[in-house]
Design a protein around this ligand. Structure first.
Ligand code: SDX
Length: 392
C-alpha cells in the first residue's frame, strides 16, 4: 500500500517539512496528489481540476470549478506596460530567464498580491497568477518567433486558450486540435506537483521569508531551469538529436554514460527519489505512441529513446544504481509533436508545475511556518588569529 514515511523528530532542522499535498513512494513508484493516484488523474481529470485539487485539497464540484475559471478569466489581462520589459530582451534570450523576470515583474503591476496574510488575499494573488502566467508563457514563445502577442479567447477552456495564445497566427483562424489539447492537458497534470523537489523547495523557502507569491514562483522558475532538474527535458531532446546526428549508435552513448572520465550523462535517467520506474515516465511513454500516431508524426528520436531505455534496463551499471527513465525522458518527444520548440520545453514544465508550487506556498503560509533556515555541519578551520599582510 506504500506506507507513509514518518520523519524523525530532528527533521525540523534539516530543511525538510510536513506536507499533505503530494505523496511519493520512490521504491514502489507511487505518486498521488491529495491521495488520488496520478494514473487516474492523468486519464480522467482536467488540468484546472487538478490545480484546484492541489491548491484547495479536494476535487472541485462543477460549481467550484466554474467559479475558479470565471475568477481567472476576470484577471487574465496583463498590463500593457509589461510588454516594455519583454521588449528589453533579445529574441535569443532563453525563455526560462524571460519567464522568471516577467513573473517577478508582475509584482510591480499587482502590488495587492505581495503582502498576503489573509486567506482571501492569498486567493486573489493565486487567481492573478493562474490567470496571467499562461499569458506570459505564450509571450515568451511569441517573442522568440517575432509574433505579435495574443491575449487569448475566454470562450475557450483553460488549456485550449493556452494553445491559442501560443500558436494562433495573426492572419489565420486557429482551431484547437482536440488531440493536441488532450495531450497537453495530460502532460501538465503529470508535471503539476512532485513533493519537495528542488524548485518547490525553493518556492517554499523564498515564500517563508514572506517575499510574496510572485517572487517565490519567480525563484522556483530559476531553480527549475537547471539541466539536472526541469531543464533535463530540453537536454534529453538535444542528446537524442545528437545521437541521431551521430548515426544513432546508442551503444556508444551508453558507454559514455558509464565512463567516469566522460561528463556525458544519460539525460532523462535517474532520480533523487524514484529508485523504480517514475510512474509519470510510464504514462508519458504510452502517450507518446498514442499522440504521434493520432497526429501522424514520425519522430526517429522516439525509436532512439526506446532503444536507449531498453539497453539501460538490461545494463548492470544502470540496474545496480537503480537508474530508470524519469518524467523528462519522453516528454520532449510529445512537446515536439505538438509543435512546441525545444527551448520552450522547460517553460511547459513550469506551466504544469505552477499549481503545485502555488499549493506548497499556500500550505506553508497557512501553517504560518517559520522562515526557512537549513542548518550545516561546519567543516572549516578552528579559531585562529589574524595575520598581518607581512606574515601571509
Ligand atoms: C526532475 O526531485 C524531483 O522530484 C525532480 C523532478 C520533479 O518532478 O520535480 O522529478 C523532475 O528533475 C527529474 C530529473 C531530471 N534530471 C535528469 O534527468 C538529469 C540526469 N539525471 C542525473 O543527473 C541524476 O540522476 C539526478 C540529478 C536526477 C539524480 O541525481 P542523484 O540521485 O544525486 O544521483 P547521483 O548523481 O548521486 O548518481 C548516483 C550514481 C552515480 O554513479 P556512482 O558515483 O555511484 O558511480 O548514478 C550515476 C552517477 O554517476 N548516475 C548517472 C545518471 N544519474 C546518476 N549516470 C549516468 N546517467 C545518469 N543520468
Amino acid at each position: 500500500t506504500g506506507g507513509l514515511i514518518t520523519l524523525d523528530p530532528g527533521y525540523k532542522n534539516t530543511g525538510s517539512c510536513e506536507s499533505a499535498i503530494t505523496f511519493l513512494n520512490g521504491e514502489e513508484g507511487i505518486l498521488r496528489y491529495r491521495g488520488y493516484a496520478i494514473e487516474e488523474l492523468a486519464d480522467n481529470a482536467s488540468f484546472l481540476e487538478v490545480a484546484y485539487l492541489l491548491i484547495f485539497g479536494e476535487l472541485p464540484t462543477q460549481q467550484q470549478l466554474d467559479k475558479l475559471y470565471a475568477d481567472i478569466k476576470r484577471e487574465s489581462n496583463v498590463d500593457e506596460e509589461m510588454k516594455k520589459i519583454l521588449d528589453g530582451f533579445p529574441k535569443s534570450a532563453h525563455p526560462m530567464g524571460v519567464l522568471s523576470s516577467l513573473t517577478s515583474a508582475l509584482i510591480a503591476f499587482n502590488p495587492s498580491a505581495v503582502n498576503v496574510d489573509s486567506e482571501e488575499d492569498m486567493y486573489n494573488a493565486i487567481i492573478k497568477l493562474l490567470a496571467k502566467f499562461p499569458v506570459l508563457v505564450a509571450w515568451t514563445l511569441r517573442k522568440r518567433q517575432g509574433q505579435p502577442l495574443d491575449y487569448g479567447d475566454s470562450s475557450l477552456g483553460y488549456v485550449e486558450n493556452i494553445l491559442k495564445m501560443m500558436f494562433k497566427k495573426p492572419s489565420e483562424n486557429y482551431e484547437v486540435d482536440p488531440v493536441v489539447a488532450s495531450a497537453l492537458n495530460k502532460l501538465l497534470i503529470l508535471h503539476a506537483d512532485h513533493e519537495q523537489n528542488c524548485s518547490t523547495s525553493t518556492v517554499r523557502i523564498v515564500g517563508s521569508s514572506h517575499a510574496g507569491l510572485f517572487a517565490s514562483i519567480s525563484a522556483g522558475i530559476s531553480a527549475l531551469w537547471g539541466p539536472l532538474h526541469g531543464g533535463a527535458n530540453q537536454a534529453v531532446i538535444e542528446m537524442l538529436e545528437g545521437i541521431k546526428q551521430d548515426g544513432g549508435d546508442t551503444k556508444k552513448y551508453m558507454k559514455k554514460a558509464k565512463d567516469k572520465n566522460d561528463p556525458f550523462r544519460l539525460m532523462g535517467f535517474g532520480h533523487r527519489v524514484y529508485k523504480n520506474f517514475d510512474p509519470r515516465a510510464k504514462i508519458i511513454k504510452k502517450s507518446a505512441d498514442e499522440v504521434l500516431g493520432k497526429l501522424g508524426v514520425q519522430d526517429p528520436v522516439l525509436d532512439i529513446a526506446k532503444g536507449l531505455e531498453k539497453e539501460a534496463l538490461e545494463d548492470s551499471y544502470f540496474v545496480d544504481r537503480k537508474l530508470y527513465p524519469n518524467v523528462d525522458f519522453y516528454s520532449g518527444i510529445i512537446y515536439r509533436a505538438l509543435g512546441i520548440p525545444t527551448e520552450m520545453f522547460t517553460v511547459m514544465f513550469a506551466l504544469g508545475r505552477l499549481p503545485g508550487w502555488i499549493a506548497q506556498w499556500r500550505e506553508m503560509r497557512l501553517k504560518k511556518e517559520p522562515i526557512g533556515r537549513p542548518r550545516q555541519v561546519y567543516t572549516g578551520e578552528n579559531l585562529r588569529s589574524f595575520k598581518p599582510m607581512s606574515n601571509r
